[in-house]
Design a protein around this ligand. Structure first.
Ligand code: SF4
Length: 409
C-alpha cells in the first residue's frame, strides 16, 4: 500500500488547546538528549532524541508549507497513492486551516485517515459530515469519557458535547478507533462502563485503553514524572484483568496497552502456538538480552523453548523506553560479554558499551530487532496471523543476533 503521510507539525499542549491532565508531554523539562539508534557514533543526541521525541516543533506549519511538502512527496510517488494519513505533534482538529486542509486532501481522491485526534478542536458537529464528504475513512479519536463534564475537566475540551457529537456521527459512517487513558478514580469503574456502552451503541470499531503512567519506571522518560502528584496507578496485571473483563462484555474490540489484546492474544501471541515456536531457529549461543520488566517473562519463555538464553529485565516497564539510567542499575559482572538491548531504546550505543564494561571486561552491546511483538496500538488494525508473522520475524532476528554474536554453547 502506498501511503502519503501529511505532517502538520505543532506541539502537544500548545497546539491542542492546552494540556490534557494526563498528557505524557506535560511538564517536559529541558532534559539532555537521551541518545538513540539514530545518533552518530561519537555524539549523544540527534534530531530525533533531542527534539523529535519531545515533539518540540515550532507550531503548526502553514497550509502553504503543508501543500509544498505534499507536492514534493508526490513527485517521489509515481504510481499514485492508496491512502493519506494526517499526523503531527499538535492535534489536527485544532489546525487553524483545517477545512481548507481537508478540502485539499479530499481533492486527491484517496481514502483519508487521521492518525490521532482528541477532537478538542471540533466546536461544530457539522464538521463530521464535511469530513465524511471529503473522504475520511478512518480516525483514531480520544474519547477519555462519554461524560462531557469529565472531558471538560480532564482534557480541557471547551466544547465536549460537540466533540462527542462529531465522534458519534463519524462512528455511523467510517472506522473509528477510540482511545482513553484510564485515570483510576476518574474515568474507570462505572464511567468506563458507560463509555464502552456509548461507543458500542455508536458503532465504534474499537477502543484502546491506556494505563495511566505517573512515574519514570512506567515510561515518563522526559524528566516529567509525576504528571499528577499523588495520583494512584493501576498495576499491569490489574489493568490486564480490566481489559479482559470489559472485552468480554461489549461487542466492539477492546484492547489495552501495555497489556493486552484479548482477541489476538498479543503481545507474544506466539506463546499459544507451540508448532510455530518449533519453527524458530534454535538458540546456539549465550548472550544477555536486556528488556523491560513487562516483556521479560514472555521473552524468556519463547527463548527457553528454543534452547534458552539469559534474559535480563530492568525496572523500566516498557522495553522501548529503556534509557542509560536503567542500565546503571545492572551489575556488569552478571552479564555475558555480548549484550543485546532493545532496538528502539533510548540509549547511545557507545555509552552503553562503556557503562556495561565498567567491571573491566569489554562487552559488545548490540541492538536487537525494533519490535518482537505488537502492542495494542499496533495490533488494533491487524489480525492474529499478521501479529504472529511479526513475532516470528522479530524472534528469528533476535535469535540470529544471539547465535552470530554470542558465546557458543
Ligand atoms: S490532546 Fe493529546 S497531545 Fe494534546 S495535550 Fe491532550 S493528550 Fe497531549
Amino acid at each position: 500500500m502506498v501511503q502519503l503521510t501529511v505532517d502538520l507539525g505543532g506541539r502537544p499542549g500548545a497546539d491542542c488547546r492546552g494540556f490534557c491532565e494526563y498528557c505524557y508531554f506535560r511538564h517536559v523539562g529541558d532534559v539532555a538528549p537521551l541518545g538513540c539508534r539514530y545518533c552518530p557514533p561519537f555524539r549523544v543526541g540527534c534530531d530525533y532524541c533531542s527534539r523529535g521525541v519531545k515533539e518540540q516543533y515550532s507550531g503548526f506549519k502553514p497550509l502553504s508549507t503543508v501543500a509544498d511538502d505534499i507536492l514534493a512527496s508526490l513527485q517521489m510517488i509515481p504510481d499514485g497513492i492508496d491512502r493519506v494519513t494526517i499526523s503531527g505533534g499538535g492535534d489536527p482538529s485544532c489546525y487553524p486551516e483545517f477545512r481548507d486542509l481537508i478540502e485539499l486532501l479530499g481533492s486527491m481522491e484517496a481514502p483519508l485517515h487521521i492518525g490521532y485526534t482528541s477532537g478538542k478542536g471540533f466546536d461544530d458537529p457539522a464538521i463530521a459530515d464535511f469530513l465524511i464528504e471529503n473522504g475520511l475513512t478512518e480516525v483514531s479519536y480520544t474519547i477519555f469519557s462519554a461524560d462531557p463534564a469529565l472531558r471538560r475537566r480532564y482534557m480541557h475540551d471547551p466544547t465536549p458535547e460537540a466533540s462527542l457529537a462529531v465522534m458519534k456521527r463519524l462512528c455511523e459512517e467510517i472506522d473509528v478507533y477510540a482511545a482513553a487513558v484510564v485515570l483510576p478514580g476518574v474515568n474507570d469503574g462505572a464511567d468506563l462502563e458507560q463509555t464502552c456502552a456509548w461507543l458500542d451503541e455508536a458503532g465504534a470499531k474499537g477502543l484502546i485503553l491506556m494505563r495511566f503512567a505517573n512515574a519514570t519506571e512506567q515510561g515518563l522518560i522526559l524528566g516529567n514524572a509525576p504528571l499528577i502528584p499523588g495520583r494512584q496507578v493501576e498495576s499491569v496485571e490489574a489493568f490486564r484483568r480490566r481489559v479482559t473483563d470489559l472485552s468480554g462484555r461489549y461487542s466492539l474490540k477492546i484492547s489495552g496497552t501495555p497489556l493486552w489484546d484479548p482477541e489476538i492474544g498479543s503481545p507474544f501471541a506466539i506463546l499459544g502456538e507451540p508448532d510455530l515456536m518449533e519453527k524458530l531457529p534454535a538458540v546456539r549461543a549465550q548472550a544477555s538480552v536486556i528488556t523491560g520488566s513487562v516483556a521479560a517473562p514472555y521473552i524468556r519463555r519463547v527463548l527457553d523453548a528454543r534452547g534458552g538464553c539469559d534474559v535480563v529485565p530492568v525496572a523500566k516497564e516498557i522495553a522501548c523506553l529503556i534509557t542509560l539510567d536503567d542500565l546503571k542499575s545492572l551489575d556488569p559482572a552478571d552479564l555475558e560479554e555480548t549484550v543485546i538491548i532493545p532496538g528502539r531504546c533510548f540509549v547511545h550505543d557507545r555509552q552503553a558499551s562503556e557503562l556495561l564494561s565498567g567491571d573491566g571486561t569489554i562487552r559488545t552491546v548490540l541492538r536487537g530487532p525494533d519490535m518482537l511483538t505488537a502492542d495494542a496500538e499496533t495490533s488494533m488494525g491487524m489480525n492474529r496471523n499478521d501479529v504472529l508473522q511479526m513475532e516470528m520475524e522479530g524472534f528469528s532476528a533476535l535469535i540470529h543476533c544471539i547465535n552470530q554474536n554470542g558465546r557458543k554453547k
